[in-house]
Design a protein around this ligand. Structure first.
Ligand code: 5AD
Ligand code: SF4
Length: 453
């Protein structure tokens, strides 16, 4: 094996965080593959070990640091290994990471993913002459257009497309504007071409990614016929023959206007699901979070979406125990969850991020309050999620078959248009195709059904 790896070096990439990060890792993997690297899931076999990091909560950073600590043991036996951090934590901590972990060779920020392969080749060539770590967290104009290549599995049905980078909002708890920089968007024709290439390779569903995806192009491209650049992009993608489904994540409630709501009625490929982060149900806390909408406005937008697109599934993100959140504020969030009846929600305990405005606010709450509120809200969210899922029993649903079920490889799994996982018994050749199921039962997270001829 050692003999083989001299000719075909291999790389292991571990990814934490959001879909954007998954996408960035895929780009790095593709570039390394193009330069003759083999991708491996086996960290002990790899010559290059990369961790793509997330900074959004402290827990994500601690996990990545712990993992790198473990990987650096491998370097004691094989000092030629290349160890690298990429992404959001690399961006926000830079040099500090090398000071803390002297085995680290590479720290690559969120605008430098496209340089990964060159940096790694350089580091590998320098082994005999003594290496200096490469730390690059600089800005790079045009970097938003460098996340465009894919590593597709055979018969892969779904793919992500990064349409923009960065975030110009200033939510007081959030580190992302620091880690991802200013908003920059790719031109529509470039994104359409990427989607067409994916479709030519067999992909049937694309998910558009951006930190505030519905604000796509607002600094670069004009509105046209009352349509924002994002809605123009959706229209352009809807015309691609062979593409069956379009999704996107995540929008901001503030930019959710009539043109986007109207798109659900106009665009047959746009799937009936929106992940719409609300963060809190208390106006006082929303203001402290600098979320630019009120509870009432959020509820009105939900109503408008549900009238334009009956049955649309809504999921959300909620932060509990934000600084200064009283029991009354928290109960407002619980009542919002009851009122909207989200299909599902990610509930996060507020995590202090350094240099954010919320970090220095008074009223920081102790761990036990975070824990209890998290638990209380989860009980509400999970109960409603279970009930909503159960209401799909006895309906028929279109499924895009993604592959074998994770829990039972003899079954196939896919998602409904409103993004619920559905499992059924069927032939492996159905992978990548659309199947209609009659839903026969539901569990906490999954629908089960039988194909309708
Ligand atoms: N603490 C807890 N959750 C956070 N999020 C963002 N910043 C923080 C933080 N400091 C959550 C938000 C966002 C999701 C991606 O992560 O809910 O929508
Ligand atoms: Fe984490 Fe946000 Fe960076 Fe994604 S963009 S990896 S969620 S910090």
């Amino acid at each position: 094996m050692a003999y083989f790896s001299r000719f075909m070096p291999s790389v292991f990439i571990k990814t934490y965080g959001c879909q954007m990060n998954e996408r960035d890792s895929e780009q790095v993997a593709q570039m390394l593959q193009a330069k003759g690297y083999d991708l491996t899931q086996d960290e002990r076999r790899a010559d290059v070990l990369l961790i793509n990091t997330c900074s959004v909560r402290d827990q994500a950073e601690q996990k990545a640091l712990g993992k790198m600590g473990l990987l650096s043991h491998l370097k004691r036996e094989r000092p030629e290994l290349v160890l690298g951090f990429m992404g959001c934590m690399a961006q926000s901590r830079g040099q500090e990471l090398v000071d803390r972990l002297p085995d680290l060779d590479l720290v690559l920020g969120t605008q430098q993913f496209h340089r990964a392969a060159d940096c790694i080749n350089l580091l590998r060539s320098q082994f005999d002459g003594g290496r200096r770590p490469i730390i690059d967290v600089s800005e790079s104009s045009g970097s938003e257009s460098t996340i465009r290549d894919h590593v597709l599995r055979p018969r892969q049905a779904t793919a992500f497309i990064s349409i923009m980078q960065g975030c110009d909002m200033s939510c007081s708890y959030c580190i992302v504007p620091t880690t991802r920089g200013r908003e920059r968007s790719r031109p529509i024709p470039e994104i359409v071409r990427e989607a067409e290439e994916l479709v030519a390779s067999g992909v049937r569903e694309v998910t558009l990614l951006g930190q505030i995806v519905n604000l796509y192009g607002r600094h670069e491209f004009p509105a046209s016929n009352g349509r924002s650049p994002f809605v123009q992009l959706l229209h352009a993608l809807d015309k691609i023959p062979g593409l069956e489904r379009i999704r996107f994540t995540s929008p901001h409630p503030a930019g959710l206007r009539a043109d986007l709501i109207g798109a659900y009625a106009e665009l047959p490929k746009l799937c009936e699901h929106m992940h719409l982060p609300v963060q809190s149900g208390s106006n006082r806390i929303l203001r402290a979070m600098r979320r630019s909408y009120t509870r009432e406005l959020f509820l009105r937008k939900v109503d408008a979406l549900r009238s334009a697109c009956p049955g649309i599934a809504l999921t959300t993100d909620i932060i509990v125990a934000f600084p200064g959140e009283s029991e009354e504020d928290f109960l407002q969030t619980c009542s919002l969850a009851e009122e909207v009846r989200f299909d599902n929600a990610f509930v996060f305990r507020y995590s202090d991020r350094r240099d954010t405005p919320a970090s220095s606010m008074t009223g920081q709450l102790p761990e036990d309050v975070k824990q209890t509120r998290n638990q209380r809200l989860l009980e509400i969210v999970n109960r409603i999620a279970r009930e909503t899922l159960a209401s799909a029993v006895n309906t028929t649903q279109q499924i895009l078959v993604e592959g074998p079920s994770k829990t039972n490889p003899n079954r196939l799994a896919g998602r409904t248009r409103n993004n619920r996982t559905a499992v059924f018994e069927g032939d492996a050749s159905l992978r990548g195709s659309l199947v209609t199921l009659r839903i026969t039962r539901s569990s906490d997270h999954t629908l089960y059904g039988e194909p309708v001829p």
